[in-house]
Design a protein around this ligand. Structure first.
Ligand code: ADP
Length: 553
């Protein structure tokens, strides 16, 4: 069905022009709004900047739709809601805001009464899930609207917050299952810019959505350049160099895993490299947080060195680079964090420094953190997905990230906007690594019985190195079994075995658990290879005929 031919279209178009002062709908908006007006549940999966707000703001003003009355918008972020509320009021649209905890119940009920006496109730009500949980006034307003059939729609913004294992889980969101239970006839629209296939399943089931219309846009961000580099000793120097040569004076974000490091790095960037950097993390007091955020937003400070605490709800269009100086905790976070670059559509860089070396620290953090065993296993798997991403120096980065969100991506559409697609000096080939993997696992298993092993040593022994630390293993059955394989191929194989959870790094030594780690073979490895299982991997090798080394921008 062509949405432009629906009965609602003329009114939609009129409101688009007269109220929102826009010329045309984006295709996904048209789909979502038409579905909403016909009374369906709608799940909108559109990347940031795609224009999600219009998908519920416009139908709230339509009278031709199958439902009438108040649109209730539930969102997690007060600041974002405030932006929307102000923008709506500037367009003379009636909005009741019950999002901040300081707004007393009486104000809301009087605002509500006034509105109903004036023009019925065709307007928007903004609330948070916490408020819905706590305020009986709010609940009785909803009951009242429902009884008089004046509840047009529930809108759950940032709906991924509902997924228990998601990155931004908000306990009060789980409570939103009450919407469908208490107000079964009111349609629900859920919107998010990020949802893995699991999260999508979760949110549809928790909200009790009935056969929702799914409006999905590609998560591809064509103007972002994805680059992964091996983490070197002097990462801060490399970061400074990258900024000063490619992005001098540009706005950017650098993400770090630890709070202390944000402060140290910002200082080094300022003092040694003349970059106007400030640090930001959750433990700053709220005045400092606001100050850093404002200065960055206004362009006084160009670079924020931050933990993941920085960024949610921030909408600065001209962020030219996002750097991960440590490996992020999941591909979901990575996508979100890099997604803050280039909202204005201009070319922007996403650079990740990659290494396995912090793995034992992350795993320890997960094990000692909150949650039950199942949750911790899940977090470890999420982290392994990033390890696979970081160590896969062959396949298109976009294809890798998007497949994680259940979207197919043809690498030819990358237009050489990632390090792997850019590397025209190499050619890609495929190889069956099943038996090599078996050998490496068996070798590692034996070596670790008597020796502390790391990746380098394992690689050397497997390739039959004559060095002193390696030759002592020459009587092992698999010593030198990989001598025909190029070293890069063996390294990538071992990395892949880490990413699959067959190898792990664990801390050892009693005095300083954070500095030493050793390789262990996990119990999972015993199951490899399963019946008929093959491990086919892609590798790359230098192209003959002296093709250019690289075409990096
Ligand atoms: P999202 O919530 O998906 O991140 P927003 O709703 O904030 O996106 O919209 C992003 C930007 O796109 C806003 O500046 C908005 O005014 C603009 N926009 C939305 N819809 C349209 C449209 N149909 N035509 C032109 N601009 C639009």
């Amino acid at each position: 069905d062509d949405p432009a031919k629906s009965a609602y279209y003329p009114e939609m178009k009129r409101i688009l022009r007269n109220v929102f002062r826009l010329d045309s709908f984006r295709p996904k908006q048209l789909e979502a709004i038409t579905a909403a007006l016909s009374g369906r549940d709608v799940l909108v999966l559109v990347p940031t900047g795609g224009g999600k707000s219009l998908c519920f703001q416009l139908p709230a003003l339509c009278r031709s739709g199958s439902t009438k009355g108040m649109t209730v918008v539930i969102g997690p972020l007060i600041a974002l809601m405030e932006d929307q509320i102000n923008a709506l009021r500037a367009k003379n649209i009636d909005v009741i805001a019950f999002h901040r905890a300081e707004i007393p119940d009486e104000d809301v009920s009087s605002g509500y009464r006034k509105l109903r006496s004036q023009n019925g109730s065709s307007c928007l009500l903004y609330i948070t899930p916490e408020r819905l949980q706590m305020s009986s006034t709010l609940r009785s307003i909803l009951d009242d609207l429902y009884q008089s059939q004046q509840l047009a729609r529930f809108v759950v913004d940032e709906a991924h917050c509902i997924a228990k294992w998601g990155r931004e889980f908000r306990p009060a969101y789980s409570n939103l299952s009450c919407l469908r239970e208490k107000y079964p006839t009111v349609p629900i629209m859920a919107l998010t810019a990020t949802a893995t296939t699991n999260v999508q399943k979760d949110l549809v089931s928790i909200l009790g959505m009935r056969n929702p219309v799914r409006v999905t846009d590609s998560f591809n961000r064509p103007n972002l350049f994805y680059d992964v580099r091996d983490k070197v000793k002097n990462v801060w120097g490399e970061i400074a160099n990258f900024i000063n040569t490619k992005h001098r004076g540009h706005t950017g974000i650098i993400y770090c895993q630890s709070r202390d490091r944000t402060e140290e790095m910002a200082k080094v960037l300022r003092d040694q490299y003349g970059i106007s950097a400030k640090h930001y993390h959750a433990k700053l007091d709220s005045r400092d947080k606001t100050k850093v955020q404002n200065e960055w937003q206004r362009g006084i400070c160009k670079v924020v060195v931050a933990t993941i605490a920085f960024g949610m709800g921030i909408d600065k269009p001209d962020v030219r680079f996002v750097i991960h100086s440590d490996v992020p905790s999941s591909l979901d976070s990575y996508y979100q964090e890099t997604g803050r670059a280039g909202r204005d559509g201009k070319p922007s860089d996403c650079l990740m420094f990659f290494s396995f070396s912090g793995m034992h620290i992350i795993f320890r953090r997960i094990r000692e953190g909150d949650g039950d065993e199942e949750f911790k296993d899940h977090q470890e798997d999420e982290y392994r997905r990033v390890l696979e991403y970081g160590s896969n120096n062959v396949e298109c980065r976009r294809a890798q990230v998007l497949s994680y969100f259940g979207q197919n991506f043809d690498p030819r559409d990358c237009n050489k906007q990632c390090d792997n697609c850019c590397d025209t000096s190499s050619e890609v080939y495929e190889e069956d690594m099943t038996s090599s993997a078996k050998d490496v696992l068996a070798l590692a298993h034996n070596m670790t019985k008597t020796t502390i092993v790391n990746k380098t040593l394992l690689t050397k022994v497997y390739r039959g190195s004559k060095a002193k630390d390696s030759i002592m293993f020459q009587n092992q059955p698999h010593y030198g079994a990989g001598q025909k394989l190029p070293v890069t191929q063996v390294e990538r194989l071992i990395n892949h075995l880490f990413a699959r959870g067959y190898f792990e790094l664990v801390a050892y030594g009693s005095h300083d658990k954070f500095t030493h780690s050793k390789l262990v073979v996990t119990r999972r490895a015993a199951g490899f290879p399963g019946k008929d299982e093959k491990l086919i991997m892609l590798f790359k090798r230098p192209r003959k005929n002296g093709a250019p080394i690289s075409e990096r921008r």
